[in-house]
Design a protein. Structure first.
Length: 507
């Protein structure tokens, strides 16, 4: 079903559908009417010659320079061309599609003063799977993501580069092959295509989806680790969670308890005579509190991103009073600070989750804490088992700690000191993919270690639900009897995580 863009009700699920599944989009009739009304206000300003920022003036520090009526169109083209200064690896297809959709939806809100044809062109490009080549670096997240959005806008006007049907083409040729007419920019339309937070929002929104899946997967891995280490699920009692009512902790505790139901390993060491330990290490006992804090932090970041999904983020904004009349007001909705802070929050959550995951797998590989053969190998000494798998996890975890340093507290003045406080939101969101890759592989190593530990406790079996996860791992990675390279096993289990195999067990 085609997703109708109104500027008011786009959901994350629709965003993911367009970004990953190529679902079709169109401008809704109500949005079209609003856009026509706001455009009439801009046209009136142009016809009367009244001064309005971005319509017949220069931009940023050059806002005091008046532009003649015959130069208004050229002004918009020059703006797009001059701002296309992005560098670095281009955004991937999903990121590009998300960015295109978000920009189209923001303009559909009807507060930007652009013609409906601008949004219709973006929709046609999405539906044809024609994707601008957008370098990922160059935005400081102040007047939005200017450089990335400029590269998007270049293709809209038939310039730049685009990927179409597996080929990298000049924008004009790609648009021609797809049968899409490039936009001839009118007053304010170049500025409206560039002003906005859709670069950082696209990356943040996609990262939130994967982060949600990984925290569920980490619950599954922790349940297996708990059995491998013969830990106690008593700390996950619902009454403990109610005594400190954080919703994320309650969710993770419920998952852990459910996953280990019916565990023979648990039943085998209930007697204090067999197991004198009173309490488990924090990486086991406090799993709900740590995983739960990650869940709650991600939920807060998602709330901030949800507001931005349906926000007008360019400048100036056009507010219609009656047909042909309205107010054109300059403001700062393009500033990326809310999203920059949300991206920092997600980065901290990712690093935190990886930290406790690594501690659990270290508990399993260390014979001083595991009560299992050293490094989970039946014949330690001759074999090193999972010794270096833990080292790899430590390297990934440490890298994520460094990457979690906040970006939103940084600023560097730009545009002749006009844009003197910036958000760094795009760079804050851009690092999340790398951090998620690191986390996914760290959790894969925990799953491998936990399954090996459970094998070393055979014939005792883990809980019925946790066993589904064990079987999924074993379908890709056989028990380690003697040393072999584990890199392929890590990647195979990481691929299962990416497919949602383990998070699906909890549904």
């Amino acid at each position: 079903m085609t997703i109708a863009l109104t500027g008011d009700d786009l959901t994350f699920e629709q965003l993911y559908g367009v970004a990953w599944r190529g679902e079709a989009v169109a401008l809704s009739p109500t949005a079209m009417d609003r856009m026509k009304a706001s455009r009439a206000v801009v046209d009136r300003v142009v016809s009367t010659g009244a001064t309005a920022y971005g319509i017949n003036t220069g931009f940023g520090k050059l806002a005091s320079v008046r532009i003649s009526p015959e130069q208004v169109r050229q002004l918009q083209v020059n703006l797009v061309r001059s701002h296309a200064c992005g560098v670095g690896a281009p955004l991937n297809e999903a990121e590009t599609r998300a960015m295109m959709l978000l920009r189209a939806n923001a303009l559909a809100k009807g507060l930007s003063g652009v013609r409906p044809s601008v949004v219709e062109t973006l929709c046609a490009m999405l539906n044809a799977k024609l994707h601008p080549v957008i370098p990922s670096q160059g935005s400081v997240g102040a007047s939005g993501d200017l450089a990335p959005l400029a590269h998007l806008a270049l293709v809209v006007i038939g310039e730049g580069q685009a990927a179409y049907k597996g080929e990298l083409l000049p924008g004009s040729e790609a648009m021609g092959r797809a049968g899409i007419a490039p936009v001839t920019l009118e007053a304010k339309e170049g500025l409206s295509l560039l002003n906005g937070t859709q670069g950082m929002l696209a990356l943040l929104s996609l990262a939130l989806y994967e982060a949600d899946s990984l925290v569920d997967t980490a619950d599954v891995a922790a349940a297996l680790s708990l059995d491998a280490l013969r830990g106690s699920p008593g700390a996950f009692d619902a009454r403990i969670m109610q005594a400190r009512a954080f919703p994320g902790a309650a969710t993770s505790a419920r998952h852990l308890a459910h996953l280990n139901e019916g565990s023979q390993i648990r039943e085998s060491h209930r007697s204090a005579a067999k197991d004198p330990r009173v309490q488990d290490a924090y990486s086991l006992r406090c799993t709900p509190q740590v995983h739960g804090a990650v869940r709650d932090s991600l939920a807060q970041a998602r709330e901030m991103a949800a507001v931005e999904l349906n926000s007008a983020t360019d400048n100036p904004l056009v507010f219609v009073r009656d047909p042909g009349n309205g107010d054109i007001i300059s403001g700062g909705n393009f500033h990326g600070q809310p999203l920059a802070m949300a991206a920092d929050q997600v980065a901290i959550a990712i690093a935190t989750l990886g930290g406790i995951v690594e501690r659990r797998l270290e508990q399993m590989t260390n014979p001083l804490t595991s009560m299992l053969p050293a490094f989970l190998t039946p014949e330690p000494g001759l074999n090193s088992g999972f010794m270096i798998a833990q080292v790899t996890a430590a390297a990934l975890t440490s890298e994520n700690k460094s990457l979690a340093s906040p970006h939103s507290v940084d600023s560097i003045s730009t545009s002749g000191n006009q844009e003197d406080y910036v958000s760094m939101g795009m760079s804050g969101a851009r690092r999340l993919e790398r951090m998620l890759d690191n986390l996914r592989r760290t959790i894969a190593i925990e799953l491998l270690c936990a399954c090996q530990g459970i094998d070393l406790l055979a014939p005792l079996q883990t809980g019925a639900l946790a066993k589904k996860a064990y079987e999924a791992v074993r379908a890709k990675s056989a028990r380690v009897v003697e040393d072999r390279p584990l890199a392929a096993d890590i990647e195979a289990v990481s691929a299962l995580i990416d497919l949602g195999t383990f998070s699906a067990i909890l549904r």
